[in-house]
Design a protein around this ligand. Sequence first.
Ligand code: EPU
Length: 340
Amino acid sequence: MEHIQSFFSLTRLNSFGIDVKAKYFCKANAIDNILSVLDWQQKQQTPLLVLGGGSNVLFTKDFDGLVLQNALKGITLEKEDDTYYYVKAMAGENWHEFVCYCVEQQYQGIENLSLIPGNVGASPMQNIGAYGVEIKDVFESLEAIHVQDKHIQVFQHADCQFGYRDSIFKNALRNQYIILSVTFKLRKQPIYNTSYGNIEQALEQMKVTTPDMASIAKAVIQIRQQKLPDPKVLGNAGSFFKNPIIPDQLFEAIKLKYPQIPGFPISQTNTTKVPAAWLIEQAGFKGFRLGDVGCYPLQPLVLVNYGNASGEAIYAFSSNIIERVAKEFNIELEREVNIY
Ligand code: EPU
């Protein structure tokens, strides 16, 4: 039987650094480990929580069940054709290390996703994205194991129902599958995406005239390091909320009172995406701190643990933000982080 530990501290396994315990804990390095641990968990009839990099969770209490850390490793070039490399990464690979590996190998397309915390296995779940690129743009397929009957299934692009920070694994198939590996379709010839945010400006400062994968990755890393807190230094889970998508009518109504509200119309939907960071700043939370919980001064979409904040305190703080934004703008912010 795999090594199952009891009353295991999760402090180092969640990027908020919340001090909670799992009733049972197991780290799985092989698919066989996962299978036997699932057998055990089903016999025990104890709840299951699969943890990847722990960078998108907020624990508000101890977990009264089994926490399974998916630590499957390995990166392989599955095949190539004239246009693409098909690169398979196991779920427990660190996302940023995978990006660095692809940059070294000249597998193009995920350089804009540098320095996103977390593991490969979680990347399709919430269709991670930054600087104009999302996982769905480079996704080929994934393998996942069904938690109940333990068959391994391949999901193609269309099966995943990707949306903005969303997929079928957050909805209809929530908690039903464990992602084992993800295969990415990465270009041989570059199509650089430098138009978003201040990538071009950062490249200029770096005195780069002809950008390549490595310089774009470096620019993204610089921008992120300037604006986002390093979870190793200051506990956080990246963007705590999603950017809300609201009816154009509501957007126009808000604009009457706040002519400077930024918005990005989503074509053919009569809706507009509004930066949650802006709403939170207007609601007065930017840089606000209560005890050890704070709204990060350089990017208010990020909530931080300044020391010994409890998960409950961070959750209460986020509820406060949701309430204030709803009152002022009639917009319901949705948490991006998974709450346990
Ligand atoms: N803004 C403010 N005040 C601020 C900061 C930002 O009003 O203090 C407004 C500005 O209008 C700005 C806009 O927010 O133009 C957008 O800001 P930013 O470019 O920093 O991006 P974001 O929409 O806040 C999203 C992702 C980030 C990703 C960045 C860059 C979500 C929930 N978040 O943030 O992803 O890094 O774009 O592409 O979509 C994450 O998911 O954990 C994450 C960090």
